[in-house]
Design a protein around this ligand. Structure first.
Ligand code: HEC
Length: 308
C-alpha cells in the first residue's frame, strides 16, 4: 500500500510551501487561511457567503462529526499544515465552487482526491480532478447506515489520501452521522458568514469532546479540542487591526488553555476543565466579540475595505 506516497498529500505539500515562502509585506492585507485554496476573484464571495445547510438531525453525534469535519489535524500531514479540512472542499457539508489549489484542482470547484485511493491498487498516477460533490445529494457512496460504505470511504480518504492518523471507530461514526444528516435548505441557497458560525462550531467541538471522553476515546477528544482551537483562529482572522489587539490576545490565550486541557491525563479532570473553559468563554470573550462583530471583518463593508 502506498501509505507514504499519498498523492494529494504531496501536492498539498508543494502548494503549502509556495504559500509559506511568499514574502510578507509591511502593508499586508489580513490573512485569511481559506484564501489559500480559493480562486482569484472569489475571495469576497467565499468570505462573506456560504451554502446554507439544514441538518436532518442535530444530536451530539452529528455535532461531534461536524466539529471533526472542520478540523485540519484530522487529515494530518501537509493538508493539516496548510489548514485544509473536509469542510474546505465541502463547505457546511456541501460543495465549494471556488476551491482552487495548484496541483489538486483543474478548474475552480474541482479536486483530485480519489486518484491515489484507487490508483494505489491499480498502479497508475493519473491527475484526474473532478467536481467536488455536494454531500446533501445522493452520490456514488451509499449512505445506508447498515452497509457502512460511508465509514469505509471516509476512513480511506483520511488515511490513504491525506496521510492522517487512523481514525477511531467513534470518530468515524461521528463523521458518517454528520455526512448522513447534511441536507439542503428549501429556498435558501446561501447565508451570510457570521461570528455565530464559529461560536456554534466551538460549542460543537466542546460537545464532541465530551462525547468522545464518554466513549473512552482520547484521540477523538483531542481532535475535538483541536477543532475548537481552529475555530478560535478563524475568529482571530476577522478581528484584525490594532483596535482588536486585546481580543486577539484573549483568543490566543484561550487556544493555549485548550491545548493544555487536551494534555490533562485524567479524563474526569479533562471533562471538568472543558466545561469550565466553555462557560468562561461564553460568558466572557464570546460576549465581547459579539458586541464588536459589526466592527469586525464579519461585517461585509469592513471586509470589502480589507480586501481592497
Ligand atoms: C481537496 C478537496 C476535498 C477534501 C479535503 C475532502 N473531499 Fe470529499 N470529495 C472531494 C471530491 C472531489 C470528491 C469526489 C470524488 C469522486 O467522485 O471520485 C469527494 C467525495 C466525497 C464523498 C462521496 C460523495 C458521494 O459521491 O457519495 C464523501 C462522503 C466525502 N467526499 C466526504 C469527505 C470527508 C468526510 C472529508 C474529510 C475527511 C472529505 N470529503 C475531504 C473533495 C474533497
Amino acid at each position: 500500500m502506498d501509505r507514504g506516497g499519498a498523492f494529494i498529500g504531496k501536492l498539498i505539500a508543494i502548494a503549502a510551501l509556495l504559500f509559506a515562502t511568499a514574502a510578507p509585506r509591511g502593508d499586508a492585507p489580513p490573512a485569511f487561511e481559506q484564501l489559500r485554496w480559493t480562486a482569484p476573484g472569489a475571495a469576497r464571495t467565499l468570505l462573506s457567503e456560504q451554502p446554507a445547510t439544514c441538518l436532518a438531525a442535530n444530536n451530539d453525534m452529528v455535532r461531534s462529526g461536524r466539529a471533526l469535519f472542520g478540523t485540519p489535524t484530522l487529515l494530518g500531514g501537509q493538508a493539516a499544515k496548510a489548514g485544509l479540512s473536509c469542510a474546505s472542499c465541502h463547505i457546511n457539508g456541501r460543495d465549494n465552487p471556488h476551491f482552487l489549489l495548484a496541483g489538486v484542482s483543474a478548474a475552480p470547484g474541482t479536486a483530485d482526491v480519489t486518484n491515489s485511493f484507487f490508483s494505489a491498487a491499480r498502479g497508475n498516477g493519473l491527475f484526474d480532478p473532478v467536481l467536488i460533490p455536494d454531500l446533501a445529494r445522493p452520490g456514488k457512496v451509499a449512505r445506508d447506515p447498515e452497509a457502512r460504505a460511508l465509514e469505509a470511504f471516509i476512513r480511506n480518504l483520511i488515511v490513504e489520501e491525506f496521510g492522517g492518523q487512523e481514525p477511531t471507530p467513534a470518530m468515524l461514526a461521528a463523521l458518517a452521522a454528520y455526512v448522513r444528516a447534511v441536507r439542503s435548505c428549501p429556498g435558501e441557497p446561501t447565508v451570510a458568514r457570521r461570528l455565530g458560525d464559529q461560536l456554534a462550531a466551538i460549542a460543537d467541538g466542546a460537545a464532541g469532546a465530551q462525547l468522545m471522553i464518554g466513549r473512552g476515546d482520547r484521540q477523538g477528544a483531542r481532535l475535538s479540542i483541536a477543532a475548537m482551537r481552529h475555530q478560535l483562529g478563524l475568529v482571530a482572522e476577522r478581528y484584525a487591526g490594532p483596535g482588536f489587539a486585546r481580543d486577539r490576545a484573549a483568543l490566543l490565550a484561550g487556544s493555549r488553555q485548550l491545548q493544555a486541557i487536551g494534555d490533562i491525563a485524567d479524563v474526569g479532570q479533562m471533562r471538568l476543565a472543558i466545561d469550565r473553559w466553555t462557560l468562561g468563554f461564553e460568558t466572557g470573550l464570546a460576549q465581547r466579540l459579539r458586541r464588536a462583530e459589526a466592527r469586525s471583518l464579519y461585517d461585509p463593508t469592513h471586509l470589502d475595505r480589507a480586501l481592497r
